[in-house]
Design a protein around this ligand. Structure first.
Ligand code: PMP
Length: 454
């Protein structure tokens, strides 16, 4: 009997076929909509990667609130994907809904600051400990803008990222470590620049490699998640960030922490909670309650350098910023979200729920003797297909099994549970509730039993 990651692979393939057939039978309206969409949308979906889910055709959402949503066929789901963090605090949180309803008749965008912007920047400074802030429409944009500011401020061209990272559609970060060498990611479409000329890449948790890569004194900044989350989760080893920051300071390299996902850790993010002191911080996805907005902060010292770089440049386009950035509508949402949704109490609820989930997952894995592991970072929990948690991106990549993931995701979906595609991430929001967590554990237990059965 062929086993793969502890499951009977023949059973897994048979189960995949059964679940695919059931999904098609269960979702005639989504299927019809997908058929119509195929005539007018590239790949039949608004974003090409929406075809990469585990389903034979895209599931169409009808409406969503809190930790649940319904689809076009009228099925109800518990949502543990939560828009891959965009809805980390639940769909349509009431304070955000009220704020945007209020703003709806008061203008959306004017290319001028609104009063909300002043409050929001002060609150971001208080929460995250960085003095000066700017806005963007997505975390991808925010990362791009930060790289530009920091290259300008330092006069250094190179940046460094960790192998297996993802920071959005930031071309500079699409460089992998292959057999010890930096290689441009082949999947990147239409990229004509040689990205390896200015991007260094090393493994996470490897201090010696970091030291060697920064030693030349030409690296403007390290762009990093404090915990890697996009190749499966990879935790920093004890003392890693303290030592890494010492290396960066020694070589005059700045640290940009991207908290887009790890804001799941607590009200001030992972960095604040773990004593990491970045020069720049990036926030995105859930910041505006699910509306498109992002923000980035600089220390006072870096802000001065950045201002000097701008003052020293010729007048004209900076390459930083877009017209709708910091518009009145999203700023109203952002203010309500920070003031009334991303609260200490909400985080306490989320962390307790996630701990219940992580504990349940570990028990389930032990019960079925699966060689899988579980990592939890605040509201974010993930199971990975190896017995020991990975120490770097290469190890995490080796644990990915998209085919096995797809069977599990589809099995859950057919039973009213959505989890994050492409890896096995489970996010809880303040409204998720213990009943949904316990149902997820029950259904996953049934799934594991079906997969393990000889
Ligand atoms: N940073 C990190 C760490 C991310 O995971 C992502 C998206 N998954 C981004 C930035 C980009 O976010 P967006 O797609 O909203 O621009």
């Amino acid at each position: 009997m062929a086993r793969r990651h502890g499951v009977d692979w023949r059973r897994a393939q048979a189960l995949a076929a059964e679940e695919q057939a059931q999904f098609v039978r269960n979702n005639p309206v989504s299927r019809a909509l997908a058929g119509r969409a195929a005539g007018h949308m590239l790949f039949g979906v608004p974003m090409h990667w929406m075809r990469d889910w585990s389903t034979p055709f895209a599931l169409t959402v009808r409406e969503a609130s809190g930790g649940r949503f319904s689809d076009a066929d009228g099925h109800e789901y518990s949502d543990f994907c939560l828009g891959d963090s965009g809805a980390m605090f639940g769909h349509a949180p009431a304070p955000v809904a009220r704020a945007i309803a209020h703003q709806a008749g008061r203008g959306y965008t004017a290319m001028l600051p609104s009063e909300d912007a002043v409050w929001v920047a002060a609150e971001l400074a208080r929460r995250f400990g960085l003095a000066y802030w700017q806005f963007a429409l997505s975390a991808s944009d925010a990362n791009r803008f930060v790289l530009r500011w920091l290259r300008a401020a330092t006069g250094r061209a190179a940046i460094l990222v960790f192998n297996g990272c993802y920071h959005g559609t930031v071309d500079d970060a699409f460089v992998d470590l292959v057999d010890g060498a930096a290689v441009q990611r082949g999947s990147l479409l239409g990229q004509v620049h040689a990205l390896t000329a200015h991007t260094r890449v090393v493994e996470f948790n490897d201090l010696a490699a970091l030291e060697a890569a920064l030693a030349g004194g030409d690296v403007a900044c390290v762009l990093a998640e404090p915990v890697m989350t996009n190749i499966g989760m990879v935790l920093p080893q004890a003392g890693y960030w303290r030592a890494a920051q010492q290396i960066m300071r020694r070589h005059g390299t700045l640290l940009v922490i991207d908290e887009t996902h790890t804001i799941s850790s607590g009200p001030g993010g992972y960095a604040r909670a773990h004593g990491i002191a970045p020069d720049a911080l990036v926030l995105g996805k859930p910041l505006g309650g699910g509306l498109p907005c992002a923000a980035y902060g600089f220390t006072a010292q870096l802000a001065r350098r950045v201002e000097r770089a701008k003052a020293g440049a010729p007048p004209g386009h900076s390459g930083i910023g877009t017209t709708l950035t910091a518009n009145m509508f999203t700023l109203a949402a952002l203010r309500a979200n920070l003031a009334e949704v991303m609260t200490d109490a909400a985080y306490a609820t989320m962390s307790a729920l996630a701990a219940r989930l992580a504990e349940g997952l570990r028990a389930l894995i032990a019960r079925h003797r699966l060689p899988w592991c579980v990592t939890q970072v605040g509201a974010r929990t993930e199971f990975q297909f190896a017995a020991a948690a990975p120490a770097n991106g290469s190890a995490a990549a080796a644990m990915l099994d998209p085919q096995l993931g797809r069977v599990i995701h589809l099995y859950l979906l057919n039973r009213g549970i959505l989890i994050t595609p492409f890896h096995n991430m489970l996010l809880v929001c303040p409204d998720t509730g213990t009943a949904a967590v316990d149902k997820l554990l029950r259904v996953l237990d049934d799934c594991a039993a079906a997969l393990v059965a000889a």
